[in-house]
Design a protein around this ligand. Structure first.
Ligand code: FE
Length: 252
C-alpha cells in the first residue's frame, strides 16, 4: 500500500499510510510524523493491519527510530496491536490516563508494560528531536479520555475520530456540502454533546491549522476547508443533545 506525503521540508515529514481497512472493518488511516531521526506513529491500529502497517512504517522511517506511539483513545481499531508495536520497537506509547488500566487487556506483555505512559487530562507536549508536538484534550469526542495532536511545523491537526468519514472513495474533501453525509451519522451518535464539541473547536481556533487529518476517511486540506469543517462541527447537535425524554422498552 502506498503512503501519502502530507508535508516534507527535508527535516520534518508527515506521512499517511493509506487505507488498511477492508471487508467488515472500518477503514482507518495510520499517520507517521518524523523529525530529524525520530518518529511518532499515531493510532497504529488493530491486528489485521499490524503486519503491513509495521513493515510500511519501518520502510518509511529508514534510519530514523520510532520514539512514540500515540493512542488517541482506547478503541480496538487504534490500540489492539499495541503489544506488537512495543515488542518490536523501543518506542514509548502514550494514552489517556483514564485507559491505562484497560489497555493491558489487549494482551500487553509484562516486558513492555512500563513503556505505556499516561497522558494527563489537560494534555501535554512531546518532542521529536526537539520539535514540539502538542497533545490536546478532546474528551467525550467520542471517548471520555480522548486526545488530538497538533504539529506546529506542518500545521497539521490530527483529529482522531473527529472528522471521521466512511463510505466515500476520495482521500481529500473537495466538496464540503457533499461530504457531510459521510460524516453526519457517526458524529451525531458517537460524540457526547455540543458542549464537548465547542470546548474543542474553540481551542482549535486559537491554533494555526492548515490541514485536519482524521483517523478514518478523507482529509480536510487548507485553511478554508479546515475552517468549514470546524464551523459545521461547532453547529452540530449530537449525543445527549438528541436524547429523548425517556427511552422505550423495545417491542417483541
Ligand atoms: Fe473510536
Amino acid at each position: 500500500m502506498p503512503s501519502l506525503k502530507l508535508y516534507d521540508d527535508g527535516t520534518h515529514r508527515n506521512l499517511m499510510l493509506e487505507d488498511y481497512g477492508h471487508g467488515q472493518m472500518v477503514q482507518a488511516n495510520q499517520h507517521l510524523i518524523v523529525h530529524d531521526g525520530e518518529g511518532m506513529i499515531l493510532d497504529p491500529g488493530g491486528h489485521k493491519v499490524y503486519n503491513r502497517a509495521l513493515s510500511e512504517t519501518t520502510l518509511l522511517l529508514g534510519r530514523s527510530t520510532l520514539k512514540y506511539i500515540f493512542l488517541s483513545h482506547q478503541d480496538p481499531d487504534i490500540v489492539a496491536a499495541v503489544n506488537g508495536w512495543l515488542m518490536t520497537t523501543d518506542a514509548v506509547a502514550y494514552a489517556s490516563a483514564l485507559w491505562l488500566r484497560f489497555i493491558p487487556h489487549f494482551g500487553l506483555d509484562s516486558l513492555v508494560i512500563d513503556r505505556l505512559r499516561p497522558i494527563p487530562d489537560e494534555g501535554m507536549h512531546l518532542q521529536l528531536a526537539g520539535s514540539d508536538l502538542i497533545i490536546l484534550p478532546a474528551h467525550f469526542l467520542h471517548s471520555p479520555g480522548n486526545f488530538s495532536v497538533y504539529d506546529p511545523v506542518s500545521k497539521i491537526l490530527y483529529s482522531g475520530d473527529l472528522g471521521a468519514s466512511l463510505g466515500m472513495d476520495y482521500q481529500e474533501v473537495g466538496d464540503f456540502a457533499g461530504h457531510v453525509k459521510y460524516m453526519e451519522g457517526f458524529h451525531r451518535r458517537y460524540l457526547a454533546s455540543r458542549k464537548a464539541i465547542r470546548a474543542w473547536v474553540d481551542m482549535i481556533r486559537t491554533l494555526d491549522v492548515e490541514t485536519i487529518a482524521p483517523q478514518h476517511g478523507a482529509l480536510f486540506r487548507g485553511r478554508e476547508m479546515s475552517g468549514r469543517f470546524l464551523e459545521w462541527l461547532h453547529g452540530l447537535e449530537c449525543g445527549v443533545d438528541l436524547i429523548p425524554e425517556r427511552y422505550l422498552v423495545p417491542d417483541r
